[in-house]
Design a protein around this ligand. Sequence first.
Ligand code: IMP
Ligand code: MG
Length: 176
Amino acid sequence: MNKDIEEILYSEEQLHLTTGNMAKLIDNDYKDTLPLLVGILNGVVPFMVSLVNQITIPMNMDFIKVKSYSGVHSTGNVQIIGYVPDVKDRDVIICDDILDTGRTLIELKNQFLSLGAKSVKVAVLLNKVGTRVVDIEADYKGYDVPNKFVVGFGLDYNELYRNLPYIGVLKEEIYK
Ligand code: IMP
Ligand code: MG
């Protein structure tokens, strides 16, 4: 185990099973359409790979990069940087590593709907409990997690630890 990790929450094997269960739900819910999975870079990559490898229906995938501003504006301000996927008339599933305050996902969901998406659902690997500042919940979620800072399987602290194959709690001494 990495020396900066306090405790492992989910092993590689557990994560694979969990994304497999999510893939089965998506297979069933989208069997009559061609869903477009849109992943939020960079944190979504390991989750998205594991998920799409286990989806068996025809699907498309695309990615976006967002920038979040917070601090001065208490409402938060989330902006898509650069390329915007073509979501018009599509059944979109936005995928992200973790749902925390909810600002990123509510903003993207609204932007995709205003760009003409037919439907927009949200799939997250982790759902932080008790940290939401806007009204949004995931349609597909892997695990409810307590409000601790977690890293690995895409999740970062200062762009580090994304490559850990498991998800763990980061030692407080690293970020305090
Ligand atoms: P939200 O807009 O606050 O829901 O932001 C979600 C984003 O915050 C995620 O995509 C992560 O990049 C980041 N984030 C939130 N909690 C954690 C955590 O515990 N570890 C790593 N990144 C986190
Ligand atoms: Mg991040």
